[in-house]
Design a protein around this ligand. Structure first.
Ligand code: ADP
Ligand code: MG
Length: 513
């Protein structure tokens, strides 16, 4: 080999070495980046861990906070609001009633016909419409004029098809699912907005009055005779069907719960309530907080970026409005570590771009190559074709976030049961003898409504599994979680019917100490 040949060979060898070392270097960097991404996942798993022992701490904290909220106004982050609903529907209600359900993504108008016998809801018609975004942050008059005009159209349409006697007065139950300080069972003052609504002029105003005035402006003959929130409506429908129903939970855009409490346990208005017996208490549990809740940096950032920081902490870990955004934040963090996501997509920086139904679709993708995950990431976040190991990672993230949400919701439910002695641990029966306690444990039904619970199978399964784990195999069969489809709306019509039939009985109002 001549000199030139040797030089060429050496040159080629050097080049090959450089290429090889660049490739090895790249592979090493990739590996390191991948390890960092896996670490992000592991830290998330650790931060979101909900072993049963921790869930039991959440159960106890919920029961303690409920008690504190009942003792004094402002005694807990749980507002434990009075509803003045003493009588849940019995099944004997009769006639045609309307209801309006406003509380999140959509609003619904319903017309419910009651046949007078339990379970005999003859029929209900629903009109469902999204709330235009600009009305969520405009004025109360704009919002209620829009709603009243939809209501009028609906009434005219419905009553064209079926007869309506002009002499009959139309009664409306209004489900308004934001924190309200009730002044009677048909009136109340808005405390604050949640779930993306910000209509400042309405805070402190009477909610029924705003609606009633808008209805009158449209010339519609209709009276608002029940003001409730979605949890109370769901409890009402649950009780209509099954009188063992003692609590109701909403898990949709937001989350909240209510339950039937002994009036004498509502210490903050002891002696002032004129009606003895039970009263439905609206917990506003979305605002529950406890140091036992597993909180991550993603939750802290989400809270800080929200229009209501330090508020609705439980809701921000559980409900449909937020789950997708927690996942987005984790993927964003991962994409900063690993270029396989491509250049950090600007779409990924957009808050709430990854909606919870899309997250659920990725989580529940059962195609062998996770095709749907890739498609959603491509279409929503403009990621190029994502390799399969990264798709799997994204599914894991969805799983961790949803599992935590569902298990915390389960702990919240058991917390309510504990407060009213229906968790088998005490109150009704001694927790020391589990076998005996089960025989004494009364059948207990919890009504649930909300798009997250009803549409997201894995969420539902995780919730049910955690209920059994917390309650134990002995007690769990006595506790039944029942879906009340459209409960928030139908329940308002049922309570409007109950109010119409009790309209002569005394109405209590109290001054809270
Ligand atoms: P709202 O709470 O506004 O009254 P819904 O009870 O219908 O309405 O709940 C709607 C919410 O449920 C949506 O905002 C979304 O977060 C969640 N959701 C709806 N469909 C699904 C789905 N397929 N998977 C997961 N979550 C869903
Ligand atoms: Mg709802």
């Amino acid at each position: 080999m001549g000199k030139v040949g040797v030089k060429l060979a050496v040159g080629c060898a050097v080049a090959a070495c450089v290429v090889a070392s660049v490739m090895v270097g790249r592979r090493v960097r990739r590996k390191r980046a991948w390890r960092r991404v896996v670490k992000v996942l592991e830290e998330l798993e650790e931060g979101c861990a909900t072993p049963v022992a921790r869930l039991r701490q959440v159960v106890d904290a919920m029961a303690v906070e409920m008690h504190a909220g009942l003792v004094s106004e402002g005694g807990s982050k749980l507002k434990m609001l009075l509803t003045f609903v003493h009588n849940l529907p019995s099944g004997s209600e009769e006639g045609t009633y309307y209801s309006l359900d406003l509380g999140g993504t959509n609003f619904r108008i319903l017309r419910v016909q009651l046949g007078g016998q339990r379970s005999a809801i003859i029929g209900h018609d629903v009109d469902r419409q999204p709330i235009p975004q600009h009305l969520m942050t405009g004025t109360s008059e704009e919002l209620f004029d829009f709603i009243a005009s939809s209501l009028k159209d609906f009434v005219e349409r419905e009553e064209n098809v079926s007869e309506h006697s002009q002499s009959e007065r139309r009664e409306l139950g209004f489900t308004f699912s934001f924190p309200v300080k009730q002044t009677s069972s048909s009136s109340g003052i808005l405390i604050k907005w949640t779930k993306g609504f910000v209509i400042e002029d309405m805070v402190g105003s009477d909610v029924s009055e705003c609606l009633q005035q808008a209805i009158s402006r449209k010339g519609l003959d209709m009276r608002v005779n029940a003001l409730i929130n979605d949890t109370v409506g769901t409890l009402a429908l649950g009780h209509y069907h099954d009188e063992d129903t003692v609590a109701a939970v909403i898990i949709g855009t937001g989350t909240n719960a209510c339950y039937l409490e002994r009036a004498d346990a509502i210490i903050k208005c002891q002696g002032l309530l004129t009606t003895p017996g039970d009263m439905v208490v609206n917990m506003e549990w979305g605002n529950f907080w406890s140091s036992h809740l597993p909180r991550t940096s993603y939750d802290i950032d989400l809270d800080a970026d929200s229009p209501n920081p330090n508020d609705q902490g439980f809701e921000k870990m559980i409900s449909g409005m937020y789950l997708g955004d927690i996942v987005r934040r984790v993927i964003l963090r991962m994409s900063e570590e690993l270029d396989v996501f491509g250049p950090v997509s600007s779409k990924l920086q957009v808050p709430f771009i990854l909606r919870t139904p899309l997250m659920a679709a990725m989580h529940e993708d059962d195609t062998p190559d996770l095709r749907e995950v890739a498609q959603i990431l491509r279409e929503t976040l403009e990621f190029p074709d994502i390799p399969q190991n990264v798709r799997k990672l994204v599914v894991r993230v969805c799983d961790v976030v949803t599992r935590r949400a569902a298990r915390l919701a389960a702990a919240g439910i058991v917390g309510i049961l504990k407060k009213i002695g229906r968790d088998g641990s005490g109150g009704i029966a001694s927790g020391k003898n589990e076998g005996a306690s089960q025989s004494k444990m009364r059948r207990t039904v919890v009504a649930v409504e909300g798009g997250l619970y009803t549409n997201y199978t894995l969420f539902r399964e995780y919730l049910n599994e955690a209920m059994t784990q917390i309650l134990g195999e002995e007690i769990a069969p006595s506790v039944i979680v029942k879906v009340m489809e459209d409960g928030s709306g139908i329940g308002a019509a049922l309570l409007a019917a109950a109010a119409a039939s009790h309209s002569t009985s005394s109405v209590d109002t109290v001054q809270i100490l």
